[in-house]
Design a protein around this ligand. Structure first.
Ligand SMILES: NC(=O)c1ccc[n+]([C@@H]2O[C@H](COP(=O)([O-])OP(=O)(O)OC[C@H]3O[C@@H](n4cnc5c(N)ncnc54)[C@H](OP(=O)(O)O)[C@@H]3O)[C@@H](O)[C@H]2O)c1
Length: 238
């Protein structure tokens, strides 16, 4: 049975990705720092949750050793875990910079390395990294987040070039404003000014991001690698 590993699976976009891939017949490995009943959330026996911080290299390596020995074939990795710690630059604390870079960018390095070892052995793999429109166009108050998300794009392009001959693709998704806890926290003025910038005049859904990821994981996307695909209603056109 084919398997996918999704980081940040306990809510929002990560949980929706897990649902969509589960419905498509994948075994779901999912992780988040807190304990989470993934089998219950997906209503399936074909899932396993790991309480794991993407900064914990030792635990990550142990988990991927376990996955390498399992009957399920790790075809796809979705690096979705991400945090924000917004502040204007002159007030941004060192911890706000460090935590966002460590989780959003170094976390991807930590998880991708053992996953790629398995994929190289299997001679097949799909890596999908969740960046953000903020990494493409910048956003005031988010120099840490934008830097981490732009870093993901460079990471993905270089890795795509290294792994293309191994039948492993690496692509980046850049969601725009997606209906989520993050956008629920916006006030009416912020919502209105965001909507003015979005040609489709609405926020996106987690399902729209998840189904784009499913396409990139599918055989229909065999010839797509190193790409940065926005799911943002036209907010940023490359
Ligand atoms: N929502 C949007 O509008 C939007 C737009 C553009 C890009 N994105 C990106 O899309 C991704 C998902 O966003 P979301 O809105 O669904 O986020 P969310 O609701 O805040 O969920 C984040 C997930 O990541 C996990 N997580 C956070 N820190 C972690 C760590 N150090 N180690 C392991 N897991 C960790 C969280 O679980 P725990 O807290 O239990 O660890 C949770 O499962 C993020 O990368 C985000 O930057 C979102």
């Amino acid at each position: 049975m084919k398997a996918v590993f999704v980081t940040g699976v306990s809510r929002g976009i990560g949980l929706e990705i897990a649902k969509v891939f589960s419905e498509d017949g994948y075994y779901i490995y999912g992780s988040s720092r807190s304990n989470f009943d993934l089998n219950k959330a997906l209503n399936t026996d074909n899932a396993k949750h790991f309480a794991l911080d993407v900064n914990d290299r030792n635990s990550i390596n142990d988990i991927f050793s376990e996955i390498a020995k399992s009957e399920f074939i790790l075809e796809c990795l979705i690096n979705n875990a991400g945090i924000t710690a917004d502040n204007i630059f002159l007030r941004m604390k060192e911890e706000e910079w460090d935590s966002v870079i460590e989780t959003n960018l170094t976390g991807i390095f930590n998880v991708t390395k053992p996953a790629v070892k398995i994929m190289v052995k299997n001679k097949f793999g799909r890596i999908i990294n969740i960046s953000s429109v903020s990494g493409l166009m910048g956003n005031p108050g988010q120099v840490n987040y934008s830097a981490s998300k732009a870093g993901i794009i460079g990471f993905s392009k270089s890795l795509a070039k290294e792994l293309a001959s191994r039948n492993i693709t690496v692509n980046t998704l850049c969601p725009g404003f997606i209906e989520s806890d993050m956008t629920d926290a916006m006030n009416e003025n912020q919502i209105q000014s965001a909507l003015e910038m979005i040609p489709t005049k609405r926020f996106g859904t987690s399902s729209e991001v998840a189904n784009t990821a499913l396409f990139l994981a599918s055989k229909n996307a065999n010839y797509i690698t190193g790409q940065t695909l926005s799911v943002d209603g036209g907010l940023f056109m490359h």
